[in-house]
Design a protein around this ligand. Structure first.
Ligand SMILES: Cc1ncc(COP(=O)(O)O)c(C=O)c1O
Length: 430
């Protein structure tokens, strides 16, 4: 396989798939195999995965692959038939949650999970308005795209939905985090003025596309109380933070002591297999279920359930939540040390293995170092380390590796980032 064949593939891809599919990196990576925290390209080169939360327990984990193959060779149907697997899986998931979350519903993607959560919230509250953060991403269906300004811009928003500033803990001395509840109240007042009844506040508990923030727990708890007082529900989108990534329990909402009305799940749930879901308070779906019912042909199929359970097994057996906490702390310490030497780093923040490194310009406003972030992401890719960036300015390095990431892996990433930032400093000065 030659470099030319990668270019040929990119050209064919563009011709066959059209312009909507964007590849990462100036020089896209053509991956053919994954194992643990490693990805291999068509030339056999190895890349350290510092980015993928989908293969959360490691790429192609043998226990997950074996569970998938075993069940796929035995039976795959859907939830119209009785199956032990989906019931056992639902029971195991629910056991990780506050008892008020009594039912689990299954989908194939995070978008579908959020779409279903919106339907349930609108049905249960008789409201329509959904409030999300300014650079949120919640999915690709019609309803979720309308609350995903990070993909479609504010224009994607429909009339009933509202945006509020993310609880930014860095800029303006963290004022957006402290003003979060006031901003929510303002949005609710505006909705009321426009004759719109709120259905829900939906938050990604890691604020991933907003730039990764972990505001004070009290702020989020108060926000949940305020939306409830206004008649809406609090929906925790755990598509990013869930399944142990934050290194303190299974879910992001637990970190903040929240008790959501609905929790939505996706990406890391199946270690690469498409599975998603929603855990809900039973009273919210009692009428919904009899009036409209819910069936998803592939959601909750036995193969997906077997995969989901295997993922839970691995999280437990390999102590991945502890690992996320220990290695995440080590990585953040190392990034903090880099920040002392590289003024481009304005802020290092995160929980467990969900880390944001905000790159800023040397001006008084610490404005977003957008092109520097793109340069760093590509510089790391040249050093065979894969990460990406997020936030409204695209200037927050997003480090979110598979959970088995080791201290050694973290050190390799730190060293490569140090070299890349040093190169950039030289490049900018000359
Ligand atoms: C927070 C969040 N919610 C929902 C989704 C949508 O999930 P999916 O792409 O599986 O539909 C994503 C995907 O990036 C996400 O990050």
């Amino acid at each position: 396989v030659t470099e030319n064949s990668a270019v040929d593939l990119a050209v064919r891809r563009r011709r066959a798939l059209g312009p909507t599919y964007h590849a990462f990196y100036r020089e896209p990576v053509h991956l053919v195999r994954g194992e643990g925290v490693w990805l291999f390209d068509a030339q056999g080169s190895r890349f350290l995965d510092g980015y993928n939360n989908v293969a959360s327990v490691g790429h192609c984990h043998p226990h997950v692959v074996a569970a998938l193959a075993r069940q796929a060779s035995l039976l795959n149907t859907h939830t119209r038939y009785l199956s032990d697997l989906i019931v056992e899986y639902a029971e195991r998931l629910l056991a990780t949650c506050p008892p008020a979350l009594g039912h689990a519903l299954f989908t194939c993607t995070g978008s579908e999970a959020n779409d279903l959560a919106i339907r349930i919230a609108r049905h249960a509250t008789a409201g329509t308005g959904i409030i999300v953060t300014r650079t949120a991403y919640h999915g690709a269906t019609v309803a979720t795209a309308a609350i995903s300004p990070s993909a479609g811009g504010a224009a994607a928003l429909t009339r009933e939905n509202r945006l509020i500033a993310a609880p930014d803990t860095y800029r303006r001395g963290g004022a957006d985090a402290l003003e979060f509840v006031d901003n929510l109240r303002t949005a609710l007042n505006e909705m009321s003025r426009d004759g719109i009844k709120p259905a829900a506040l939906m938050l990604d508990t890691a604020f991933s596309s907003d730039g990764i923030f972990f505001p004070p727990a009290a702020v989020l708890r108060e926000a949940a109380a305020v939306i409830r007082a206004a008649g809406g529900l609090f929906i925790a989108d755990e598509v990013q933070a869930g399944f142990g990534r934050l290194g303190s329990g299974m879910w992001g909402f637990q970190r903040a002591g929240l008790e959501p009305d609905i929790v939505t799940l996706g990406k890391p749930m199946g270690d690469g297999h498409p599975i998603g879901g929603a855990m809900v308070k039973p009273e919210l779906v009692a009428k919904f279920s009899t009036e409209t019912g819910y069936f998803n042909t592939f959601g909750g199929n036995p193969v997906s359930a077997a995969v989901g359970m295997a993922v839970l097994d691995v999280i437990e057996r390999e102590n991945l939540i502890d690992n996320a906490r220990i290695v995440g702390t080590h990585l953040r310490d190392g990034l903090g040390a880099l920040a002392q030497r590289h003024p481009l780093i304005g802020d290092v923040r995160g929980e467990g293995l969900c880390i944001g490194v905000e790159l800023v310009r040397p001006d008084a406003a610490y404005s977003a170092a957008t092109s520097a972030a793109a340069w760093v992401v590509n510089g790391l890719r040249e050093r065979h380390i894969l990460i990406s960036s997020s936030g409204p300015g695209g200037n927050v390095l997003k480090i979110r590796p598979p959970l088995p990431f080791s201290r050694g892996n973290a050190d390799q990433l730190l060293e490569a980032l140090d070299d890349t930032l040093s190169d950039l400093a030289l490049y900018v000065e000359t």
